[in-house]
Design a binder for this molecule. Structure first.
Ligand code: AMP
Ligand code: ZN
Ligand code: FE
Ligand code: FE
Length: 283
């Protein structure tokens, strides 16, 4: 055994995390992580600058993204790993998500104003100048700042959580299409946090799809709860992944590295990433 730990699930300021990609790499080094993937929602911007910085810090960084999809009218998150960071296919897919989110956020703001909650588009702009994903956490934060709610949880619970009065998904991307995009970009498609999927039919459907792996180790779920997903992965000969879903201050109870995988589980993802980066680009 060695002390290799890789956290393959976290969010930066490129989506709804509060640390920049570089700050996440510095923190990963400080806490002794050796492997990392930054899995922002529907955007791969973090990889524009960080690969050489991670290398300098002695952190092995593999490409990652957490893509939003829908199945049976249920929201499903899909992790993509080890795709080529230069892939135009994944870049274009993320751009489609950005457009979806722009419309969706406008719909949510309109619904909120009908409920007496007045948040403007400027209120939910991030300070960062670069490209980034704007999501419901940004809306929740603006509601908190303007004192419409006392906590982010309250914003989700009362207004913008799935199925609540001001929720909008703003168009659907299917799980099948999402898996296909990840594969075309040379990557691996993984079921994110199966622990959180409540709809049994959705889960059964996902387990019969063309995934490459499952996120067995997640956030602060205790090991016995992960065992179920490990067994499924073994049976299907799927990869086993894991990570914290760290978001920084916005989710203060989740620390970077609170969930991780060892070197043996990380190696196939790393090998795949190296191959994807070497491959000539698909057009
Ligand atoms: P979006 O992708 O814009 O629909 O926002 C989804 C994100 O909102 C998730 O990835 C979580 O980070 C966050 N989120 C979802 N539900 C809740 C909740 N009940 N409380 C706090 N954050 C939540
Ligand atoms: Zn998030
Ligand atoms: Fe997620
Ligand atoms: Fe996440």
């Amino acid at each position: 055994m060695n002390d290799f730990r890789a956290d393959l699930h976290c969010h930066s300021t490129c989506s709804d995390g509060t640390l920049t990609p570089i700050e996440i790499i510095k923190l990963a080094k400080k806490i002794g992580l050796k492997g990392l993937s930054i899995t922002d929602h529907d955007i791969i911007e973090a990889y524009k600058t960080t690969l050489p910085i991670a290398q300098e810090a002695g952190i092995t960084l593999i490409s990652g993204v957490e893509l939003s999809a829908y199945h049976n009218r249920t929201s499903v998150h899909i992790l993509g790993y080890s795709f080529s960071t230069e892939s135009p296919i994944i870049e274009e897919f993320c751009l489609r998500h950005t457009r979806r989110r722009l419309d969706r956020n406008r719909q949510i703001l309109t619904l909120l104003s009908k409920h007496g909650v007045h948040i403007t588009e400027e209120d939910i702009q991030c300070e960062q100048g670069s490209k980034h994903t704007i999501g419901r956490p940004h809306i929740a934060l603006a509601m908190l700042k303007k004192r419409y709610v006392n906590s982010i949880q309250e914003a989700f619970h009362k207004y913008i959580g799935e199925g609540r009065s001001c929720f909008s998904s703003g168009g659907y991307f299917s799980v099948e299409e999402t898996i296909d995009v990840i594969h075309k970009a040379g990557g691996l498609a993984i079921i994110a946090h199966p622990h959180l999927i409540e709809n049994q039919q959705t889960l059964n459907d996902l387990l019969s799809m063309n995934f490459d792996g499952i996120e067995t180790f997640y956030a602060r779920f205790p090991l016995p709860q992960n065992e179920k997903w490990n067994k499924i992965a073994e049976k299907k000969n799927w990869l086993i992944t894991g990570g914290s879903d760290f978001h920084g201050e916005i989710k203060p109870t989740i620390n970077l590295g609170c969930s991780w995988i060892n070197e043996e589980k990380f190696k196939p993802l790393l090998d795949h990433f190296i191959k994807a980066q070497e491959r000539p680009l698909e057009m």
